[in-house]
Write a protein that binds this ligand. Structure first.
Ligand code: NAD
Ligand code: UD1
Length: 337
C-alpha cells in the first residue's frame, strides 16, 4: 500500500486520482492545515470509490505509529509541507518544524516499520538564482528563504539516510511551477487569502475577484522584461509521480529529477494565454520587482524523459483552459458559494 502524505492538497489530490486509476492501493494522511475535505470528496466522486483517509500530523509520532500499524505501507509519496515563501520568512521556525521535523519524524517511523521507499516533493527553488538556463539536476544548489532551505535540508537528510543504509529507495522530484486543474473542473488550486503565485492570481482577476494583477517588474533581461517560468500542468506532474513510483523499487541510488516542461513563458505571455483561453480580460499594471524573484527559470527536462520515460504533454493553452474551468465553476474555491 502507498501512503500519500498531504494527499488532500493541490498536487496530492490530483496525483491520488492517477494512482487509483493505475491500480495502486493508497491511504492519505493529512492534517488539513491547507486542505479541504470537499476536495477529497470530489476526488472520490471522480474515481468512483472510497479512498482511505487518516487525519493526522507528520510531526506526531503517535499518529504515524498508528498509521503504520493499521496499514501495510511499503512506499510513501511525501507531499505534506508548508509552501508559502513570504510566510516562511516571517515564521521560519514554523517552516523548519513542519517541513524538516515532520519529515524526520516520518522517516523515523518508516524505518521502524521497515518501509524505506520515499518520493519527496522538492522544488526548483533549490537552484536559487541559476547562472544559466535550462537547469539540469547537477546545477549548484542554494536557497534564499526558509521555505527553500527546508527543501534543501530535507534533500540532504534523505541523501544521508541513503548513505547510512543503501536499502533506502529515494526519489527527489524537483517541481517547477505547477498550474492547472483536473479536466473535470471539480478540483484545483484553492489558495487561502490573496494568492502569492501568478496563475491563481490571474484566474481570480479574470473571474472578477481581484481588480488588477500586479506584474512584478518589467525590466528583467527577458523577452518582454517580465519574469520567465516553466509552468507545468498539475496532471502532467501527477503522471510524473506515477512513473516515479513504478521505478522506485528498482533504483540503486538517490535519484533527483526535474519535473518541468523545458519551456519558459513570461508573465505577459501567461496573461495573454489566459485571456485567450477564458475570453475574459485580465487587467494588470506594472509594479516593482518582488524581493527574491529571479529573471528566468526553466528546466532541462531530458533526464526525466530518460529515466522515467515521462515528459509533459499539456501545453500552456490546456493549462489555462483547465485553470479557467476550475476557477469559473468554483469562484470561491472549495468554500460555499
Ligand atoms: P498544498 O498546501 O496544497 O498541499 C500540502 C498538503 O500537506 C496540504 O493538504 C496540507 O494540509 C498538508 N500538510 C501540511 N503540513 C502537514 C503536516 N504537518 N502533517 C500532515 N499534513 C500536512 O501544497 P501543494 O501545492 O499540493 O504542494 C505539495 C508539496 O509540493 C509541498 O511539499 C510543496 O512544498 C511542494 N511543492 C509545491 C509547489 C507548488 O508550487 N505548488 C512547487 C514545488 C514544490
Ligand atoms: C514561487 C516561489 C518558489 C516556489 C514556486 C513554485 C516565491 C518568491 N517563490 O516561485 O519558491 O518554488 O513559486 O510554487 O514566492 N508574478 C507577478 N505577479 C503576481 C505573482 C507573480 O508578476 O501577482 C510573477 C513573478 O514575479 C514571477 C512569475 O510571476 O516572475 C511567477 O511567480 P510565482 O507564481 O509566484 O512563482 P515563482 O516566483 O516562480
Amino acid at each position: 500500500m502507498i501512503l500519500v502524505t498531504g494527499g488532500a492538497g493541490y498536487i496530492g489530490s490530483h496525483t491520488v486520482i492517477l494512482l487509483i486509476e493505475a491500480g495502486y492501493d493508497i491511504v492519505i494522511f493529512d492534517n488539513f492545515s491547507n486542505a479541504s475535505l470537499t476536495a477529497h470528496q470530489r476526488v472520490e466522486q471522480i474515481v468512483g470509490e472510497t479512498i482511505p483517509l487518516v487525519k493526522g500530523d507528520i510531526r506526531n509520532k503517535e499518529d504515524l505509529e498508528k498509521l503504520f500499524t493499521d496499514y501495510d505501507i511499503n512506499s510513501v509519496i511525501h507531499f505534506a509541507g508548508l509552501k508559502a515563501v513570504g510566510e516562511s520568512v516571517e515564521q521560519p521556525l514554523k517552516y523548519y518544524d513542519n517541513n524538516v521535523v515532520g519529515t524526520l519524524t516520518l522517516c523515523e517511523v518508516m524505518q521502524a516499520h521497515g518501509c524505506k521507499s520515499i518520493i519527496f516533493s522538492s522544488s526548483a527553488t533549490v537552484y536559487g538564482d541559476p547562472e544559466t538556463t535550462p537547469i539540469t539536476e547537477d546545477f549548484p544548489l542554494s536557497a534564499t528563504n526558509p521555505y527553500g532551505r527546508s527543501k534543501l535540508m530535507i534533500e540532504e537528510i534523505l541523501r544521508d539516510l541513503y548513505v547510512s543504509d543503501p536499502t533506502w529507495q529515494v526519489i527527489l522530484l524537483r517541481y517547477f511551477n505547477p498550474v492547472g486543474a483536473h479536466i473535470s473542473g471539480d478540483i484545483g488550486e484553492d489558495p487561502s487569502g490573496i494568492p502569492n503565485n501568478l496563475m491563481p492570481f490571474i484566474a481570480q482577476t479574470a473571474v472578477g475577484k481581484r481588480e488588477s494583477l500586479s506584474v512584478f517588474g518589467d525590466d528583467y533581461d527577458t523577452i518582454d522584461g517580465t519574469g520567465v517560468r516553466d509552468y507545468i500542468h498539475v496532471m502532467d506532474l501527477a503522471e510524473g509521480h506515477v512513473k516515479a513510483l513504478n521505478i522506485l523499487h528498482t533504483i540503486g541510488k538517490v535519484m533527483t529529477i526535474n519535473l518541468g516542461t523545458g519551456k519558459g513563458y513570461s508573465v505577459l505571455e501567461m496573461i495573454k494565454a489566459f485571456e485567450d483561453a477564458s475570453g475574459k480580460k485580465v487587467p494588470y499594471h506594472i509594479a516593482p520587482r518582488r524581493a527574491g524573484d529571479i529573471a528566468t527559470c526553466y528546466a532541462d527536462a531530458q533526464y526525466a524523459k530518460n529515466v522515467l520515460g515521462w515528459s509533459a504533454t499539456r501545453g500552456i493553452e490546456v493549462m489555462c483552459i483547465d485553470t479557467w474551468r476550475w476557477q469559473s465553476q468554483n469562484p470561491n474555491g472549495y468554500k460555499e458559494n
